[in-house]
Design a binder for this molecule. Sequence first.
Ligand SMILES: C[S@@+](CC[C@H](N)C(=O)[O-])C[C@H]1O[C@@H](n2cnc3c(N)ncnc32)[C@H](O)[C@@H]1O
Length: 273
Amino acid sequence: MWATAVGVARVRALETERENALFHDPLARAFAAAGGLWPTTPPPPGDDDEAARRRRLAVAFSIVIRTRFLDDLLQQASAAGVRQVVLLGAGMDSRAFRMDWPEGTRLFEVDTAAPLDFKASVLRQERAVARCERIPVAVDLREDWPGALAAAGHDAAAPTVWIAEGLLIYLPEDAVEVLLARIGARSAPGSRMGLTLGSRGVIERFGADAVPGSAASLWVSEMPDDPVGWLAGHGWQAESHTLRERAAAYGRPMRTPPRREERPGGLISAVRR
Ligand SMILES: C[S@@+](CC[C@H](N)C(=O)[O-])C[C@H]1O[C@@H](n2cnc3c(N)ncnc32)[C@H](O)[C@@H]1O
C-alpha cells in the first residue's frame, strides 16, 4: 500500500524539474530512485493504452495541484501562529525539509513503520536536515494513533494543523468518520485542517478498471455530497475547492472541459470552530 507514496514522490520530482514548477521538492527524486521509479519507468504491462495514459496524467496533475494547495494552507497556518503540524499518512512528504517553518514548529509524521524506515534510510543517504523539529510516529491509523501521537509529544491543548493528503480515499467511510472524530478530539480552538477527498465518480471512472495493485485499484471512499456540511458536523468550518479552480488560480488551467456541472471540490481547508 505505501508504494503509492513513492509514486507520489515521483510526480513531485517531475514537477520540480519544470521551469514553472508550483513547488520544489528536492528530495522527491531520491525517494523515487530508491523505490525504483527513477529514471521514469515504462507503464506496467496491460496499462499502456491511451485511456490509461490519460488517467495517469490526471492523477499526476491532481497530485501537483493538491501539493501546492496544502503548502499554501500550511504557510497560512504558520502565519496564524500554529506551531504543531501533523501529517497523517505522511509517506514521502518532505515538507519538514523543504518549507520555511517558524521557530518552535514541531512536525509529526504519522505513518506505518515500513514507509518511515524506508524514508529514514533515504534521508540519511541524502544527509537531509529538517528545518523544524521533525518527529516520525510509526503507528497504524487503524490503531491507537492518538495515544502514540500524545506519547511522541503532541499537545492537544495547543492548536494543530492537520494534513490528510492522498489518504482518505484509501480508508473505508466508517474509518474516515473515526479518523475525523479522533482528529477533533485533539484539536484545540484555532486548529486547522487540510484534506484531499476522492472526487465523486472517480472510483467508477478510474478505479473500477484499474490495473490490480495500482494506486487506483486501492481506492475505496469518495467525498460526501456536501463536504462542508459533513465537516461542520465534525466541528470544522470548512471551505471546499475544486481542482479546476485551484489549477486556474496557480496558472495551470485544466485543458479538458468539465465533465458535467462542477460539484463541490475535493480540496478542503478547515478551521476548528
Ligand atoms: C498515497 S500515499 C500519500 C503520502 C503523503 N500524504 C503524500 O501526499 O505525499 C498514502 C500514505 O498513507 C499511508 N497509510 C495508508 N493507510 C494507513 C494506515 N492505516 N496507517 C498509517 N498510514 C497509512 C501509506 O503508508 C502512505 O504512505
